[in-house]
Ligand binder design. Structure first.
Ligand code: ZN
Length: 303
């Protein structure tokens, strides 16, 4: 049997046909028409799925898994006010999608889905306790504790980007609060600091800044060090909360893992309680596919 996996993102919708071993057999991608409202997005998901399904026997498809931005109530299948998706407030997305695709649909918050993908098919294999963090536009997270997925009330656990790290600083988060971790340490926040750095001498986008750091640009090196410090601060809280064997870093900034890792480890060695410092810090193996693979695992009942 095979699963249809869908990863709904703010800029693109990706769909894939995935087998039980986590092999992606086909994939498709379309732009997310978020500004055109709920029905346009549902229609586009359907079209993306149809692209991915071309050439497959539909009788061989076990079901559909959706990794969706949160907050989404995955028990009821209802989107609860998705940032960047106008109109997605109290929208029964699971039911709408099930009707459009004429199949059962399972839904997971996207970062939890990515954590499942890494747990089953990536850097988390064989671990019963792991914390997954994705650092891109925002910061998201997922936790596997005692060998099972931590979902919490309404399936909304681990919105770790909104850890309140600096509530007394005037830096506002997309959620409306001040001082959230992602307002300081996301890829967006990193690029904002790069834009504000006088005399940086390179484009302030993350790939350019990391490339400049590799070539010895001292301002870029300092920006990377600040980023590692800010990521480390949040990760230390997560170590103390969840006591994972492994912390897995995914998302756009994880492409520069080798440059970020030493600073994050140094932060952990200095500020985490002694008993927590031996945690492994790993780069996501499935990076762009972890959400899709987690969505597939929902269908196969391995999540
Ligand atoms: Zn926030």
């Amino acid at each position: 049997m095979k699963a249809i996996a869908i990863d709904l993102g703010g800029t693109s919708i990706r769909a894939a046909v995935v087998d039980r071993e986590g092999q992606i057999l086909s994939r498709s991608k379309r732009a997310t028409p978020a500004q055109y409202g709920v029905q346009a997005v549902i229609n586009q998901i359907k079209a993306t799925v149809e692209d991915a399904l071309k050439g497959f026997d539909v009788a061989d498809i076990a079901g559909v898994g959706l990794a969706s931005p949160g907050p989404i109530d995955t028990i009821e299948g209802v989107a609860l006010g998705l940032p960047n998706f106008p109109g997605f407030d109290n929208v029964p997305i699971r039911q709408l999608l099930a009707e459009a695709l004429r199949r059962d649909v399972k839904v997971e918050n996207d970062a939890i889905a990515a954590a499942i993908g890494e747990w089953r098919f990536g850097a988390g294999r064989g671990s019963d306790n792991l914390v997954y963090i994705t650092v891109s536009t925002g910061i998201g997270g997922g936790v596997i504790a005692d060998g099972r997925v931590l979902r919490g009330r309404r399936g909304m656990a681990c919105h770790v980007g909104h850890l309140g790290l600096f509530p007394d600083r005037d830096v506002y988060c997309n959620c409306g609060n001040r001082g959230c971790w992602e307002a300081f340490a996301s890829g967006t926040a990193f690029e904002k600091r790069a834009r504000e750095r006088q005399g940086l001498g390179v484009n302030p986008d993350a790939p350019s800044v990391f490339a400049a750091a590799r070539q010895g640009n001292s301002d870029a090196i300092q920006l990377v060090a600040e980023e590692a410090h800010l990521l480390g601060l949040g990760i230390i809280s997560l170590l103390h909360l969840y006591s994972p064997d492994r912390v897995i870093l995914g998302g756009g900034l994880s492409h520069h893992f080798d440059l970020l890792k030493p600073g994050i480890i140094a932060e952990i060695k200095q500020y985490a309680m002694l008993a927590f410092r031996s945690v492994e810090l790993l780069q996501a193996e499935q990076v762009d596919n972890s959400g899709l693979l987690g969505a597939a695992a929902l269908v196969f009942g391995t999540a």
